[in-house]
Ligand binder design. Structure first.
Ligand code: AMP
Ligand code: MG
Length: 415
């Protein structure tokens, strides 16, 4: 058996970061930016009004009150997107809408709520009564007061979020150089697998791993590629893998890697480049295989559904993160064991499926009711994988390290 960290290193060595591509903004959410993004101009690019109102000279309205307003001539109206060649002169105002450039001569905006038409009506606007004084600069958005030209707005290595994609658009980008989402092919093997709605004979089961792993790949920010089910036939599996290598960046197989005679993936990988079968010193998810198919890394996950899921989390997911240019490590927390996490020494680290409870400020971890490697439904309740190292176990109340599967479980008050 080999320690998990060693197996992970083997896998990471085969799964380098993908070559960057220039992608349109609609396709880059969650992708990692390859080069610093620099603003080549100020944001905003010009001084503009933050309110609907009147562009004025602050000095003109210094004495304005509700009782004794200052009356100004309204010489023009400018909307967002318009400009004017006119200068606001003494005792003049320009009616201005939010976002329109502040005209020359004006140094403040009086909001429409602080004005009244001088005859008390709202139906003509040749003059306006200003009801309150204005500070110079009031309600003016200065040029460059968000970003100065030359600023690195997105450093290389940043994961693109929705607001950062807005920033890219604001600085004039329509596309950006990113590490693309890995295309993750998932293929399941096993003569016992039968697709619904075909009835199950005794000994037959549904293929739960393939949809689960495809969903996991999507959840990890990758493009899932459904490669279907292949029967336990060496030639059929080999053909499917070669076809998959054409359209995927990495292939995940489910099943056929344990110690049985018909472990087809093990047999097929003998025909591929640098095959390795490893016994990982963890429980569940001990069997694992890796190889390279026509230049594409293949990770062979075990068939037992819970093992498949754990193997994905602790081996495949870090590899997918590296391929996507992200930090390899996922979210880990320390929690208090709600009950004793008993076990016996067996040379393996155990990954117990636990729920997490953040009540009272202290995170606690409780094992889900069933821990068998075939008990997927029980596993589906888990928020994390508690790492119980080889040894006698962890007493109730002691700390345990948990790999978080569902970050929402850390928010108090969630069901
Ligand atoms: P294997 O690794 O192929 O020996 O499979 C180990 C166990 O996992 C067996 O009980 C299989 O029936 C089961 N299994 C294999 N593949 C799948 C799958 N895609 N979905 C659900 N169970 C599976
Ligand atoms: Mg099998």
């Amino acid at each position: 058996m080999r320690p998990l960290s060693e197996v992970r290193d083997l896998v990471l060595a085969r799964c380098p970061r993908l070559a960057p591509r220039d992608l349109p903004l609609a396709h880059v959410r969650g992708c990692v930016v390859v080069d610093d993004v620099v603003a080549d101009a100020d944001l905003p690019g010009f001084a503009s009004s933050a309110m609907d109102g009147f562009a004025v000279r602050a000095a003109d309205v210094a004495s304005a009150t509700e009782d004794i307003p200052v009356v100004l001539d309204v010489v023009e109206t400018i909307m967002a997107g318009q400009t004017t060649a006119r200068t606001v002169g003494s005792r003049q105002a320009i009616r201005i809408m939010t976002g329109a450039p502040v005209p020359a001569g004006a140094d403040a905006i009086v909001p429409v709520e602080r004005s009244r038409f001088s005859d008390g009506s709202r139906d003509h606007d040749e003059t306006v009564a200003i009801l309150a004084p204005a500070e110079p600069g009031q309600h003016v958005r200065g040029a460059g007061d968000d970003v100065r030209a030359g600023t690195v707005v997105i450093p290389a290595g940043t994961v693109l979020t929705a607001p950062l994609i807005g920033v890219l658009a604001a600085v004039g980008r329509t596309s950006v150089e990113v590490v693309p989402r890995p295309r993750v092919g998932v293929i399941s093997t096993g003569d016992e697998l039968v697709e619904a709605p075909r009835a199950l004979a005794v000994g037959q089961i549904r293929d739960s791993n393939r949809p689960m792993l495809l969903a996991k790949a999507a959840e990890a920010g990758c493009v899932p590629v459904d490669l279907g089910w292949v029967r336990d036939d060496v030639d059929a599996v080999a053909a499917a893998l070669h076809a998959a290598a054409f359209r995927c960046d990495v292939i995940l197989t489910s099943g056929g890697v344990s110690m049985g005679e018909a472990d087809v993936v093990k047999l097929v990988l003998q025909r591929m480049t640098d095959p390795q079968w490893v016994q990982v010193a963890i429980r569940p998810a001990k069997p694992f295989a890796l190889a390279t198919v026509d230049g594409v890394p293949l990770l062979g996950l075990p068939g037992n559904p819970v093992s498949s899921l754990v193997s994905f989390e602790v081996i495949a997911r870090p590899a997918l993160r590296q391929m996507a240019g992200r930090p390899v490590e996922g979210l880990r927390v320390r929690a208090r064991a709600a009950v004793a996490l008993d076990r016996r020494p067996d040379g393996k680290d155990h990954l117990l499926r636990v729920t997490l409870d953040p009540a009272d400020g202290a995170l606690t971890a409780t094992p889900v009711a069933a821990q068998g490697s075939h008990q997927l439904w029980a596993t589906a309740q888990a928020d994390g994988l508690a790492l119980v190292p080889d040894g006698p176990g962890i007493p109730a109340g002691d700390e345990v390290e948990v790999l978080v599967l569902d970050p929402e479980a850390l928010v108090p008050g969630r069901p």
